[in-house]
Design a protein around this ligand. Structure first.
Ligand code: MRU
Length: 349
């Protein structure tokens, strides 16, 4: 079995994260002491990736639940405000909202402070444990789509450090490794924050998985020259019709996959679906600090004052997606009907 680096640890009521902004130079762990530090950690991407953000948010709420002392009505109010503060940190990924939607009723319906604390903790620990199982199932289903010797391209980091373990888009590579199946990964570096270069190559290399780094503008050439067999990416929010928000640059990969006639897969747990949105047009795309584009790791790469557009995500239309790989199986040619068939989840409206 693979041993994973834990990007989020909750032990003896102490919450610790692996600071992902310092990788690969430094494997630094940070203890989270309060809400302000937690919010900053999410906004600065010290903890990142849709499932990891959601699990972290859950643990922060648990920690605050043990820290607050007040009479029940005031206590509930304060915790619900904490939940709302966490929800407002980053707008695109939906997983945190889906976790908080499970935790908020525990607060609302609680009959004592102690009961709320215990139930929040129990549920969040269960969600964390479940996430590792979910990711493993995604990996098993995804691996069925690949053959030994395949070369597969990915962007950003949808790996073990973006989840409790295994990751989503990277999960099949861990399962392949366990089973002795040879797959090669090509990682696109993912400007501006280099999650592909800094994180995906780091975690795959550690696990002994064959990985080759390219810059984002090398993708078309690489698809052609290295005969890439498929592209697989993670997701931050998938709407009712299968439109998928993921790291900026994903949409152009899907267009290239179509041009080259190779499959384009999205790997994501059911907690990444947002059935309240009809299509990707309704997804809010986070825009981030222009400095992320005008500098590389603190060094200026553009003249001061230049106009910058820095969306952190883009939306890939479902028509470009060959399949969405979930813990329940693969949704081939995703659309409202095929998604409903597999998930059994009833779209709103
Ligand atoms: O801005 P980030 O690094 O949080 O973006 C992460 C992604 O886009 C991932 O692909 C997505 O969250 C899935 S992680 C399993």
């Amino acid at each position: 079995m693979t041993t994973f680096v834990q990007s989020i640890r909750y032990e003896d009521r102490v919450l610790t994260i692996l600071d992902q902004t310092r990788l690969p130079q430094e494997e630094h762990y940070e203890v989270i002491a309060d809400l302000a530090q937690a919010v900053e950690a999410i906004k600065q991407l010290r903890v990142r990736g849709a499932p990891a953000i959601s699990l972290f948010g859950g643990f922060v709420l648990v920690q605050e639940a043990y820290r607050f002392e007040a009479a029940l009505p005031v206590y509930k109010q304060a915790l619900l405000e904490t939940s709302a503060t966490l929800l407002a940190t980053r707008p695109t990924a939906v997983n945190l909202r889906n976790v908080l939607n499970q935790l908020n009723p525990i607060i609302q319906d609680g009959t004592s402070v102690e009961e709320i604390r215990e139930r929040l903790e129990k549920r969040t620990v269960a969600l964390y444990d479940q996430d590792a199982q979910t990711s493993r199932q995604i990996g098993i289903h995804a691996l069925e789509l690949f053959q030994s010797g395949d070369r597969i391209l990915t962007i950003c980091n949808a790996g073990s450090i973006a989840t409790a373990a295994y990751g989503t888009a990277l999960a099949p590579f861990y399962i392949a490794k366990e089973r002795g199946i040879e797959l090669s990964v090509f990682a696109s570096e993912t400007r501006p924050l280099l999650q592909g270069a800094r994180l995906t190559t780091w975690e795959l290399q550690r696990a002994g998985i064959d990985v080759t780094l390219i810059t984002d503008n090398m993708v078309a050439h690489t698809l052609k020259e290295k005969q890439i067999d498929a592209i697989i990416v993670g997701a931050d929010r998938i709407t009712r019709n299968g439109d998928t928000a993921n790291k900026i640059g994903t949409f152009q990969l899907a267009l290239l996959a179509q041009a080259f006639g190779i499959p384009f897969y999205v790997a994501a747990p059911l907690s990444t679906f947002d059935f309240s949105l009809v299509s990707g047009d309704a997804i809010e795309i986070e825009e981030r600090d222009p400095q992320e584009v005008t500098t590389v790791q603190g060094v200026a790469t553009a003249p001061e004052g230049v106009a910058v557009f820095n969306p952190a995500f883009d939306v890939t239309p479902h028509t470009l997606i060959t399949g969405i790989i979930t813990e329940l199986g693969v949704i081939t040619q995703p659309n409202e009907e095929t998604i409903e068939q597999l998930t059994g989840l009833q779209p709103l409206g």
